[in-house]
Design a protein around this ligand. Structure first.
Ligand SMILES: [Zn+2]
Length: 93
């Protein structure tokens, strides 16, 4: 089994596909039961959604793109910045 970090280093398209797959798996796992009436949900055959056959509620996954940003100055990286602080805190890396 490969880690997501290894997949990201190999192929960007594959990494995005794996990321969507993981989020969809979590969505279907966490939407086994209807949040409105409590009955079993079924996965839609035509779209990414969970359907309740009892009350006909429909739930869609929220795919959350994410980025991690490093703000660097020379050989330092920004650690924290807030308007309450008199100056930003940088760490040497
Ligand atoms: Zn329901």
């Amino acid at each position: 089994m490969s880690s997501r970090r290894w997949i990201a280093s190999q192929d960007e398209g594959l990494f995005k596909l794996v990321g969507h797959g993981i989020q969809l798996a979590e969505f279907y796992h966490s939407h086994s039961y209807c949040g409105y009436c409590g009955n079993n949900m079924t996965a839609s055959l035509t779209k990414w959604a969970s359907l309740c056959s009892h009350c006909h509620k429909r739930y869609y996954p929220q795919i959350a793109p994410c980025i991690i940003v490093a703000i660097r100055r020379a050989d330092h990286i920004l650690f924290s910045q807030h308007r309450r602080h008199k100056k930003s805190q940088y760490l040497l890396y």
